[in-house]
Design a protein around this ligand. Sequence first.
Ligand SMILES: NC(=O)c1ccc[n+]([C@@H]2O[C@H](COP(=O)([O-])OP(=O)(O)OC[C@H]3O[C@@H](n4cnc5c(N)ncnc54)[C@H](OP(=O)(O)O)[C@@H]3O)[C@@H](O)[C@H]2O)c1
Length: 252
Amino acid sequence: MKATTKPTALVTGGSRGIGAATSRVLAARGFHVAVNYVSNREAADQVVKLIETDGGEAFAVRADVHDPGQSAELLKRSATDGRLDVLVCNAGARFTPTPVRTLAWDDFRTKVADELASVYTLTQHALALMGARGRGRIVYVSSAAADGPPAPGMAAHGTAKAALNTFARFVAHEAGPLGININVVAPGYVRTESSAHMPREFQRRLMANTPLGRVAEPEDVARAIAMLVGEEARFVTGEVLTVDGGYGLARR
Ligand SMILES: NC(=O)c1ccc[n+]([C@@H]2O[C@H](COP(=O)([O-])OP(=O)(O)OC[C@H]3O[C@@H](n4cnc5c(N)ncnc54)[C@H](OP(=O)(O)O)[C@@H]3O)[C@@H](O)[C@H]2O)c1
């Protein structure tokens, strides 16, 4: 990691999909970005290269965010001179949508535990670092599936994300007095590698039922995250911002 005078941001799972777009948008807005990945070094290096080509600063950091020891080390390596301005907890493992009646308890439990493990240690360490400076922003990437059906086979994922939303509200309550804002973005379907397997018919129906008339691209979510870590959102905390082009309006 090179020395920098820029504010620093860590994006977990910053190497692909929503995380890659977020890394690029934050770098374009003047952040020195730690691009976290777990298995695909090439993808992380590619994101760093694109950022540098655009005149920004970034570096790749490998860590499995499900592991508390690796998460603690990740945060230490990402904070330049002990300074971390922004943490975006975005990393998410792929999963196969499965109905409850055929989903093993161990798989359900693992999904919920992994989701919370991927934010817990990072949050604790970020609160300590940011709290010492009296400022900071954390954004968790949740999902519109936290609101429940109709998405079929999403019980484990939706329950995990609902737990994340609730965790975020508790953290926001604790972190406010430390000068730290905590918010959540909850995307609907976003076109990424992990979601590409969804049938064309699903995507066609989604588009037809989305008031803004298209499927989300990773940059749509990245821009919402950038807004939440920017001055525009300085008095916003504990909120869940849905990013779905209005798809969920009918059931709100
Ligand atoms: N796509 C959607 O439709 C959608 C909708 C709502 C919410 N979301 C949420 O948005 C987030 C990102 O989703 P995505 O679709 O952009 O995913 P993606 O394209 O599959 O990218 C996942 C990223 O997370 C990293 N990652 C996975 N497991 C990790 C771990 N244990 N430790 C560190 N990094 C890890 C991957 O790194 P490697 O490449 O090294 O494995 C990759 O950079 C997730 O939290 C997901 O639940 C997605």
